[in-house]
Design a protein around this ligand. Structure first.
Ligand code: NAD
Length: 498
């Protein structure tokens, strides 16, 4: 039995006008669980019209009323963490505790948005010239869309929607077609929190829905998170159509391990950061860069830990890691690892053919560690987005920085060391947007914005936090004079100056 997964437009579930559908699977069992409705042109026009109408009255709603909805939404979300986590696990496959963690990080952004009154305070300059004052403030864009990836079906939409909504915009979420159900749960919570119909909408769909949003004249802004080729396409197409766009792309995140690091701590954290969520995180560590004689001890410890990871259905309470998202993702990973081995890399832990008991049709692969990976190998160059950790050996920190800085991606990175001097040289010299020191997944807290460099982000704004407020609003500056009755006008043909 599969369920029909609908759109949510103007406050109600709807199957829409499109007649195309896509099957949604439980990756742990391989079973079809849902039939997703895919939007067509009429659905796109419908959702944008509903959002546009709602955005006009929502932007006029007082800030205190908007913030009150955010507080209520925060309460409801906090009450439903476990239920949402189970929905995520059933379509994504990650373990329930990890899914609950993702909801928790989304909740942080909601809490940040609850404090928007502080962020939206304008600026005022008194008496800049005789009798003239200047003030500036920010206003919403109007209708904004969020196009999101499969790997964080709750957190990534919550990087966007709370900030867009509290600043007075209407929001259209276009979730991943692989795990779309969490989006509808969020929609119901927004409605229950008192958000007016049409301010938060869900448009289910694929490329047709994305293209429709990118080119629609009534969509003012686009936030995208996904792979680099699509991020580049979204940025180029959206900006060509006059929209403000932030497009976050893929990643290849390196963890540098210096010889002076606490090797047990480094191995524990790299293991968890490489294999948590089956390596399907944009901040996952996929390359360990072992400096000098760090390599031998580190690789032995990584092997031990990777072999101890419990791979199981994410619903099992003691599971460490679940399946990958599709059989295609598993096959691609198997191929890339095989090619690396053929090119001379050493396969230290091989999880390619792992079978999980009673889940023979699930899309499982086990943790895989490949040593002596070189920069020209596909296993180094491409984002694998699965539980594969490549170890690259270098002589010193300069070479480690050169490896990372030559890589086209620049999302996250980390250094493990006990030296402040190494840590400082690394954090200053590395061309990456988010850096951890003895922290493997340096995802910024909600009041610092999240974003990578180079091919990991197209656009000028990072996401959530202060950059989120700036992205979803535009500034206005007012220069005003209130002359005394009958005062000389002072008008002049010369350009006004002070
Ligand atoms: P994806 O690029 O395949 O899909 C992302 C979104 O784009 C989905 O909503 C999808 O429907 C849409 N899409 C896919 N193909 C399209 C096309 N040809 N035209 C228009 N739209 C299209 O990404 P994914 O596989 O769902 O997610 C994994 C990727 O996301 C990884 O590369 C990961 O690194 C990246 N990611 C990045 C961040 C970040 O913050 N930088 C965060 C999470 C995930």
């Amino acid at each position: 039995m599969t369920t029909t997964i609908t759109h949510f437009i103007n406050g109600a579930d709807t199957i829409g006008a499109g007649d195309r559908t896509q099957t949604v699977y439980n990756p742990a069992t391989g079973e079809a669980t849902g039939e997703l409705r895919l939007a067509n042109r009429a659905d796109i026009d419908d959702v944008v019209a509903a959002a546009k109408a709602a955005s006009e009255s929502w932007a006029e709603t007082s800030l205190s009323k908007r913030v009150a909805v955010l507080f209520k939404f925060r309460e409801l979300l906090a009450e439903n963490v476990q239920e949402l986590a189970k929905i995520v696990t059933s379509e994504h496959g990650k373990v329930v505790s990890d899914a609950a963690g993702e909801v928790g990080r989304g909740l942080e952004v909601v809490e940040y948005a609850c404090g928007a009154a502080q962020s939206l305070k304008g600026e005022y300059s008194d008496q800049v010239s005789g009798g003239i004052d200047v003030f500036s403030f920010r206003q919403p864009l109007g209708v904004v869309a969020g196009i999101t990836p499969f790997n964080f079906p709750v957190m990534v939409p919550l990087w966007m929607a709370p900030v867009a909504i509290v600043t007075g915009n209407a929001f259209i979420l276009k979730p991943s077609e692989r795990d779309p159900s969490a989006s509808l749960f969020l929609a119901r919570l927004w409605k229950e929190a008192g958000l007016p119909d049409g301010v938060f909408n869900v448009l289910q769909g694929d490329k047709e829905a994305v293209d429709g949003l990118l080119t629609h004249p009534d969509v003012d802004g686009i936030s995208f998170v996904g792979s680099t080729p699509i991020a580049r396409y979204v940025y180029e197409t959206g900006t060509q159509h006059g929209k403000r766009v932030q497009a976050l792309g893929g990643a290849k995140n390196h963890a540098v391990v210096m010889p002076d690091a606490d090797m047990d701590l480094a191995a524990d954290h790299i293991n968890a950061a490489a294999f948590g969520s089956a390596g399907q995180r944009c901040m996952a560590i996929s390359v360990a860069v072992a400096v000098g004689d760090a390599a031998e001890g580190l690789v032995a410890k990584l092997k031990e830990r990777a072999e101890a990871v419990k791979v199981a259905n994410g619903m099992e309470p003691d599971a460490d890691m679940g399946p990958v998202i599709t059989p295609q993702s598993k096959a691609r990973l198997q191929k890339i690892v095989g090619e690396a081995q053929d090119a001379g890399a050493a396969l230290i832990v091989d999880g390619r053919d792992l079978v999980v008991k009673d889940h023979e049709n699930g899309f499982f692969v086990g943790p895989t560690v490949i040593d002596h990976v070189r920069r020209e190998m596909t296993a180094y160059q491409e984002e694998i987005f699965g539980p594969v950790l490549a170890v690259v050996r270098v002589a010193n920190i300069e070479e480690a920085l050169d490896v990372i800085n030559s890589n086209p991606y620049g999302n996250g990175t980390a250094i493990f060391t006990s030296s402040g001097a190494y840590a400082r040289a690394f954090t200053r010299g590395v061309k990456v947007g988010m850096v951890g020191v003895n922290i493997p997944l340096p995802v910024p807290v909600a009041w610092h914005s999240f974003g990578g460099w180079k091919d990991s982000l197209f656009g000028d704004h990072h996401i959530y936090g202060p950059d989120g407020i700036r992205f979803y609003t535009r500034g206005k500056v007012v220069t005003q004079r209130w002359p005394e009755p009958k005062q000389a006008s002072g008008a002049s043909f010369a350009f006004p100056s002070n």
